[in-house]
Design a protein around this ligand. Structure first.
Ligand code: NAP
Length: 518
């Protein structure tokens, strides 16, 4: 069995004890072991801050962009191997593995292009300057400078490549070194990516560290110039945010958490229309893609009462085409859940939804045998559609994320205000998708729904042909939502750099400020 290593202080670290075992979720066979025992986290973080930080800050934006492009290429060059490893480690289909691996190389390349435009400067100018005195000689200008600390990036299991890549792209471009920790269960994929990056991307000494396994006392050593960017479930440690050293030093803490994303069908959308078909296609894909293990997946489907039974039947028919099993079998279109714990949570979650009044339409809410897998082995479940006739009574549907291929249809009266209220019942979401060609209806819904979402995907006949679905977090648009979703923001073009930089207001002679910032 393979033993994963961490990369700290510019060298590979192999622990000799304390290992956790990673399993192939299709066969339940042990495939790797992981432990971070023996790492001196205070020393590793300091090495990143001092050596890595100095190296990155010495580079211009254009040079940091060249680094990101080399990292993107290293992942692209290893694509076939990384796709195989993803399938074995996380049970995803090849198509779903591409979502993560190509997403990683894509986001690195995107920020490499952004860097080119920023050119040979090392500081970022923020907006227009403004006259402060009687004349323009006394001038004010905002600018961004890189923090002098290290960014600790903790990621969830479901995007072991894209998760660290999208955060690292912004941190590196800002000029800040990173120490990244993937979820233990999918650390094999991340470790393989990191090996390629270390071998062939020419990352400056100290700029990149990787911990396979627990972070030990690492978070206790973060301070005023450091960043903690944490992607996690709702249940993982609110207490992490409240750590004394983080509060006392005002270290930057950004959380990306879970989300009860909504899809809303508006009453103007007629059966068989382009918008109707887009809605069904998007929602069915959101339920099954990556076996529903996406933070952006649709969990609540709001449909006007008059169309609810038709939507239920059409979605159930689409989901019945899903073939669940081992992705190594060519007929399989949806893999297993990633771990035994995910399976346990899924089964318990569906039981919660059904006990609060939701009925099962598709799926049985428990483990099934998978196509191409041994009977009784693997963490397989079928696509699961539920129906709750009264969205006010089915409270748990608005508060409990079932992290798997499951979503609930909830009929509503068709009013835009009511739809917005129901969307907001999720307590703050990453994304909601609204399907309508009626701009007056959308204008009524928009301000209320937008306040509760990080992103709104407006599905209509005009964009249906080019639409990529609501689940895709593109670097051009910001990712992260309010409230329950964590209150964080990532990417969104250069906005994503803000977390890793200090905005400073400069006041002085205009000519001097212009020269200093040029
Ligand atoms: P999780 O159990 O909350 O774990 C997330 C990460 O936190 C893992 O790397 C985990 O490491 C680490 N962790 C847990 N306790 C920690 C501690 N005390 N100190 C330091 N690190 C700690 O979540 P998951 O099951 O991996 O992922 C699924 C969840 O993430 C879902 O709820 C999903 O909605 C959410 N998610 C959100 C986004 C987003 O962008 N908003 C994106 C993806 C996923 P170990 O594995 O070693 O415990």
């Amino acid at each position: 069995m393979e033993t994963l290593e961490s990369f700290v202080n510019g060298a590979w670290h192999r622990a000799s004890s304390g290992h956790a075992t990673l399993q192939d979720p299709c066969t339940e066979e042990a495939i790797a072991q992981v432990s971070s025992q023996g790492i001196d986290f205070a020393k590793a973080l300091d090495h990143a801050r001092t050596v890595g930080g100095a190296n990155l800050r010495a580079m211009t934006f254009a040079q940091r962009g060249e680094l990101l492009m080399r990292m993107s290429k290293a992942i692209t060059d290893a694509r076939e191997d990384l796709l195989d490893v993803s399938i074995r480690n996380t049970g995803v289909t090849r198509k779903d593995a591409k979502f993560d691996i190509d997403g990683a190389s894509g986001v690195l390349a995107y920020y490499a292009y952004q860097a080119k435009e920023l050119g040979d400067r090392k500081l970022l100018i923020d907006g227009e300057g403004t006259q402060l005195g009687r004349s323009a000689r006394f001038w004010g200008q905002h600018a961004w400078v890189p923090l002098r600390g290290v960014a600790v990036l903790i990621n969830a299991f479901n995007f072991p490549a894209w998760g660290f890549a999208e955060k690292t792209a912004c941190a590196f471009l800002a000029g800040v070194p990173v120490l990244t920790k993937p979820a233990t269960s999918s650390a094999l994929v991340t470790e393989r990516c990191v090996r390629r990056l270390v071998e062939s991307a020419g990352i400056p000494e100290g700029a990149f560290s990787f911990v396979a396994g627990s972070l030990g006392d690492g978070l206790d050593h973060l301070g005023a110039q450091d960043v903690l960017a944490f992607t996690r479930s709702a249940s993982t440690g609110l207490s992490l945010r409240r750590r004394e050293n983080l509060l006392a030093t005002s270290a930057r803490v950004k959380i990306e958490a879970d989300s009860l994303n909504a899809a809303v069908l508006a009453p103007d959308v007629e059966e068989g229309s382009e918008t109707w078909n887009l809605f069904l296609r998007d929602v069915a894909r959101e339920i099954t893609q990556k076996t529903g293990q996406k933070c952006t997946a649709v969990r609540r489907i709001f449909v006007p009462e008059a169309q609810a039974s038709l939507v239920r039947d059409e979605l159930a028919a689409r989901l019945s085409e899903t073939v669940t099993g081992n992705p190594l079998d060519d007929s399989v279109t949806m893999g297993p859940l990633a771990t035994a714990a995910q399976l346990e949570d899924f089964v318990a979650g569906i039981a919660k939804l059904t006990s609060s009044g939701a009925e099962l339409v598709s799926g049985n809410g428990t483990r099934i045998d998978g196509v191409g897998a041994a009977a009784g082995k693997g963490y397989f479940v079928g696509p699961t559609l539920l129906f709750a006739g009264d969205p006010d009574r089915a409270e748990i549907v608005h508060t409990h994320e079932v992290f798997g291929p499951a979503a609930t249809i909830l009929p509503y009266d068709g009013g835009a205000t009511r739809a917005a209220e129901l969307v907001a019942r999720g307590g703050g979401s990453l994304v909601s998708s609204i399907y309508s060609d009626d701009e007056a209806w959308l204008a009524e819904l928009l301000p209320h729904a937008a306040a509760w979402n990080g992103r709104l995907y407006l599905g209509s006949a005009k964009m249906a042909e080019q639409a990529m679905g609501s689940g895709l977090a593109l670097p051009q648009s910001k990712h992260g939502g309010p409230g329950r979703a964590g209150g964080g923001e990532e990417m969104g073009m250069l906005r994503g750099l803000g977390l890793y930089m200090q905005r400073v207001a400069l006041q002085g002679s205009r000519a001097m400020i212009d020269r200093l910032l040029s």
